[in-house]
Design a protein around this ligand. Structure first.
Ligand code: PEP
Ligand code: MN
Length: 347
């Protein structure tokens, strides 16, 4: 790290910083310039010293402290140059050459709704079935999901059509039960900084779809992934699902730039959710195309047999026809960027 001292600082301030850094195991070089004095420190285990950095900020004459390595380690591309491929079984790999399609209803509503959606999305080329059984809702009066019954329906529908399952877990106490039914545990945007949940899913053997908090910076998303990885689970997918901005025309502002940025900072696969990302059915296709062109490893898309009657997120859910028409167009973009779309498991 580099500690910058104020112009005209006292020699005792430089000593204080130097001695403390030496105590922490750093090799220290004070550089006394005409304008400024800086103390350069190398060799310490920097990402573990975040709290120490804050202490330095309160030292006499310290103007700034700059970390020269990243605050996250396990999730950083620089410490893990080989990209992580997450094998969900039966040939479904997220982060490999193929772009993976995850699709299904926002919420599991009934057996019929889930089975017919699974059938359609599987035929169209999806390999992972999405659907919420435990739903995070802004209003306590809004539908909260079918719970374990929803998990059972989702798993049965996925098995019938040869799909994998991704579904949300909101409560650390539910990680075990959700893991019995799901191949991928989704941590939703509202829970990206629920550290107890992150640690708990870190103990699970299931892959994790970690959604970006709606006002989270890239670094915060990567540190959330770091929580999961340091707890023991490195099978994490990062999901861009739109962030809050001043724009209200769309539900969120989908940050396509997040895809190349996250891929340049981390070895973890990147998934894009244009459904929550826009809140508008008509924008799901163009932003899916853009996400794949930008390098997304997978898409997660809401599809419903009758969006006008959907309990949740109807306005952003595609109809079966809409989904069927969109997938071949996404496949063409995927081909163009050398990333063919995965084929359904078992075909
Ligand atoms: C969802 O996938 O339906 C959902 C609620 O996601 P998010 O956490 O991104 O809002
Ligand atoms: Mn939804």
């Amino acid at each position: 790290m580099i500690v910058v001292l104020r112009h005209g600082c006292a020699p005792s301030s430089v000593m204080q910083v130097t001695e403390r850094l030496q105590e922490l195991g750093y090799e220290v070089r004070p550089i006394i310039g005409v304008e400024k004095t800086v103390v350069a420190a190398v060799g310490g285990d920097e990402h573990r010293n975040v709290d120490i950095v804050e202490q330095f900020r309160s030292y006499q004459d310290v103007e700034d402290v700059i970390l020269i390595t990243r605050s996250y380690k396990y999730t950083a591309l620089e410490t893990h140059p080989e990209r992580t491929k997450i094998d969900l079984g039966d040939g479904v790999v997220v982060g490999g050459r193929e772009v993976v399609m995850m699709a299904g209803p926002c919420t599991v509503e009934s057996e019929e709704q889930t089975f017919c959606t699974a059938d359609v999305v599987a035929r169209a080329g999806a390999t992972v079935l999405r659907g919420g059984a435990f739903k995070p809702s802004t209003s306590p009066y809004s539908f909260q999901g079918l719970g374990v019954e929803g998990l059972r329906i989702l798993r049965a529908a996925a098995d019938q059509y040869g799909l994998k399952v991704v579904t949300e877990v909101m409560d650390p106490r539910k990680v075990e039960i959700v893991s019995e039914y799901a191949d991928v545990l989704q941590v939703g945007t509202r829970n990206m900084q629920n550290y107890d949940l992150l640690k708990e899913v870190g103990l699970s053997r299931r892959a994790i779809l970690l959604k970006r908090g709606m006002s989270a910076k890239y670094e915060e998303l990567l540190l959330a992934a770091e929580y999961i990885a340091t707890a023991g689970n490195e099978r994490v997918m990062l999901c861009e699902r739109g962030i809050r901005t001043f724009e209200t025309y769309t539900r969120n502002t989908l940050d396509i730039g997040a895809v190349p940025v996250l891929k340049s900072l981390s070895h973890l696969p990147v998934v894009v959710d244009p459904s929550q990302g826009t809140g508008r059915r008509d924008l799901v296709e163009p932003l899916s195309l853009a996400a794949v062109a930008a390098g997304a490893d997978a898409l997660i898309i809401e599809v419903h047999p009758n969006p006008d009657q959907a309990i949740k997120d109807g306005p952003q859910s595609l109809t079966f026809d809409g989904f069927n028409q969109m997938v071949p167009r996404i496949a063409r973009v995927a081909d163009a960027v050398g990333r063919p779309m995965g084929t359904p498991a078992g075909t």
